[in-house]
Design a protein around this ligand. Structure first.
Ligand code: SAM
Length: 211
């Protein structure tokens, strides 16, 4: 994103943040209900969720995983907020063959990250996480499912956004239906253990390693 002209980059981030900013704060009680010490924020973007997490709890440590250019932006923002001692940064393409991530995470957080990928890629990424999760790791996924909206207008907005997202991003990105997303999960080595609505439009799924 750093390569985009300034005004284009600003518009992109306004778009990108619009779909998740509102739920970060609302998710924190759910995230901290298990008293996590280590959180891994995959696709941490500009660091917004990580900053909320560090503000909420003074002891937690967070690892942001993202592509190189995003990490530069995230690191700058984390420094500005004074949390650099508690945040580490891991450059990792989650589609690569040799994924190397920190282990012993209490929470693996992916907010509007998996919708950047095709069904096969999501399955691949979820299965990779089984290498770095332990039996108590909570894998938390936030998505906007178009078939889980209270209002028809919201459903149509998401379907329209989905097209925009596909063309402007990497050609694979899209808003999934809950039905299709659950089908992908069922093909992985992870179990869906709970699901709840956060805010008016988002769904939070919790996955764990299969026993
Ligand atoms: C749509 S943004 C979501 C960001 C943030 N989690 C949120 O909720 O607003 C997707 C993030 O995933 C990152 N990303 C995309 N493809 C990736 C890949 N192959 N490996 C690692 N990160 C990737 C992007 O750089 C971006 O920061």
């Amino acid at each position: 994103m750093l390569d985009l002209p300034k005004e284009v980059s600003k518009s992109w981030f306004n778009f990108d943040h619009f779909y998740s900013d509102t739920i970060f704060y609302n998710s924190l009680d759910i995230v901290f209900s298990s008293s996590p010490n280590k959180i891994m924020d995959i696709g941490g973007n500009t660091g917004k969720f990580t900053i909320e997490v560090c503000k909420y709890n003074k002891d937690v440590n967070v690892t942001i995983v993202d592509l190189n250019k995003q990490l530069i932006v995230a690191e700058k923002n984390i420094k500005t907020h004074g949390f650099i001692d508690r945040v580490s940064f891991v450059e990792q393409n989650m589609l690569s063959d040799n994924i190397d991530l920190p282990k012993n995470n209490d929470i693996i957080w992916m907010s509007q990250f998996l919708d950047c990928f095709s069904e096969k890629e999501i399955e691949y990424i979820l299965n990779q996480l089984t290498e770095v999760a332990h039996k108590d790791t909570r894998i938390l996924i936030v998505e906007l499912f178009w078939d889980n909206q209270e209002f028809e207008a919201a459903e149509y907005c998401l379907l329209g956004t989905s097209l925009y997202f596909t063309f402007i991003a990497n050609g694979n990105s899209r808003m999934y239906s809950e039905k299709d997303f659950k089908k992908i999960i069922s093909k992985t080595k992870l179990n869906l253990v709970s699901q709840q609505k956060i805010g008016n439009y988002h769904t939070l799924l919790e996955l764990r390693l299969k026993e």
